[in-house]
Design a protein around this ligand. Structure first.
Ligand code: FPP
Length: 250
């Protein structure tokens, strides 16, 4: 994609037709590092810089929710050194971005099996979540130790327990009941899903929430993803016709 006209594209964005919820599968940190003969952690460090950029951009464009896939349930299978490097990076990110989140009225939230994270990471997350709890302009969801199938299993367990104790009538279960028992309860469905690095997979990310998402795959490796490309994708999104299974009005 050519981003040379990005400044004019930015001006062309229609503020009334921007996605409310953007989700991103940030892929390609390892390949970015390999191409430069660096180690994988260097790639993740650059990836964390791209996270800083995109969080600020999303806030600038008044996007209500940004969900970033930072660590999947499957990522626990990576070498110990890479996992600890990622956890350290996350703590550094939380320390360095706390003030930015506060100043920009961004609320930090997490989705995933947070109990599996090291205690020091959980403490850093809780500190920033507490400091930003009342912020209303945007929610930044970090998907950590996240897997959609685990999320769905947890939802089923919660609903099953409530039907057993009489809190839920099985005949009255609706799509809203399901949505209300997912990690993303209370948030709008994902309007736009982006995956970097050229891979064309969903990889166990937000399976329920992306039912009607517009999907954008870009070959750019995550550390190289910046505001210009984000704006170009938002522009493309605004030119798509979202029909939600219906036919266009004549
Ligand atoms: C995928 O690249 C990326 C991850 C598994 C982790 C994402 C982490 C970051 C962007 C940095 C830290 C995050 C925050 C929120 C500070 P990969 O390693 O699978 O890349 P590859 O497919 O090229 O090997």
């Amino acid at each position: 994609m050519n981003f040379s006209s990005s400044a004019s594209m930015r001006n062309e964005l229609d503020p009334d037709r921007l996605p409310k919820h953007v989700a991103i599968i940030m892929d390609g940190n390892g390949r970015w590092a390999k191409k430069r003969l660096l180690n994988r952690i260097n790639g993740h460090e650059k990836g964390a810089d791209a996270v800083r950029t995109i969080v600020k951009s999303a806030r600038k464009f008044n996007i209500a929710a940004l969900t970033l896939y930072a660590f999947s349930t499957e990522n626990w299978q990576r070498p110990h050194a890479e996992i600890s490097g990622l956890m350290l990076l996350l703590r550094r990110f939380l320390a360095s971005e706390r003030q930015t989140l506060v100043e920009n009225e961004i609320r930090l939230n997490t989705i995933g099996q947070i109990e599996r994270l090291p205690e020091a990471v959980r403490e850093s997350l809780e500190a920033v979540m507490d400091a930003t709890a009342n912020n209303k302009k945007m929610v930044l969801n970090l998907a950590l130790s996240y897997g959609a199938r685990v999320e769905i299993v947890e939802m089923v367990k919660q609903i099953a327990a409530k039907t057993l104790n009489g809190a839920i009538d099985p005949a009255g279960i609706t799509q809203k009941t399901v949505a209300d028992h997912l990690y993303t309860r209370g948030m709008p469905d994902v309007d736009l899903l982006i995956r970097t690095s050229g891979e064309m997979r969903i990889s166990n990310f937000l399976l329920w929430q992306i039912a009607y998402s517009e999907i954008f795959f870009t070959p750019t490796l995550w550390p190289d993803f910046g505001e210009d490309e984000f704006v170009a994708i938002l522009n493309d999104y605004q030119h798509r016709e979202r029909r939600f299974g219906a036919i266009p009005p004549t």
